[in-house]
Design a protein around this ligand. Structure first.
Ligand code: S3P
Length: 173
């Protein structure tokens, strides 16, 4: 299936945005964009370093700038940072140029996927199921309000998830 607009994968850290973006990029032939990775490359700094040196609002501005720059580009599969849709401005910019797909997973699944990672400043020092549950609940209304499509990922493999995404994206036009 060829994309005619961007697909933005959103959702909590560890919900599978990068893995599914890679697969979707392969099956659609559309380029994959990893927002976090692009920001790291552009700034020449790790995410933890950007947060520590310049603070979270500065990082959020970089996310907004990156989303704004996607207008007019060939359709891409974009793996967004977990906090990218916390700003309404970002959601509006995404909706102008593509479809927003929310991937969900239970806090237990998320914890299992992120527990060994140290490059997520939002979770550093708070790497436990209770904190993940709390933050997820806090963000849930924003994730749900932003989403054009929701796909639950628990107990599904990448192929199943991506087929569901593409089916729903097609129906959403
Ligand atoms: C963040 C999620 C991270 C990264 C940054 C902040 C968040 O991306 O953008 O650490 O606030 O949820 P992933 O969701 O790809 O881990």
């Amino acid at each position: 299936m060829k994309l005619n607009e961007h697909i933005f994968l959103i959702g909590f850290m560890g919900c599978g945005k990068s893995t599914n973006a890679r697969y979707l990029s392969r099956v659609t032939g559309a380029e994959q964009m990893e927002m976090d990775q692009k920001i790291v490359e552009d700034q020449g700094m790790a995410i933890t370093e950007i947060f520590a040196k310049f603070g979270e609002p500065f990082f959020r501005d970089l996310e907004t700038g990156l989303i704004r720059s996607m207008k007019g580009k060939e359709p891409m599969v974009v793996s967004c940072g977990g906090g990218a849709v916390l700003r309404e401005e970002n959601v509006a910019l995404m909706k102008e140029v593509g479809k927003i797909v929310l991937l969900t997973a239970t806090p237990e699944t998320i914890y299992d996927r992120v527990k060994d990672s140290t490059d997520r400043p939002v979770l550093n020092g708070n790497m436990n199921i209770e904190y993940i549950t709390e933050l997820m609940e806090k963000r849930r209304p924003k994730y749900e309000a932003a989403a054009d499509i929701v796909v639950a990922t628990d107990m599904k493999n990448t192929r199943e998830i991506c087929e569901e995404i593409l089916e729903k994206v097609e129906r959403c036009h």
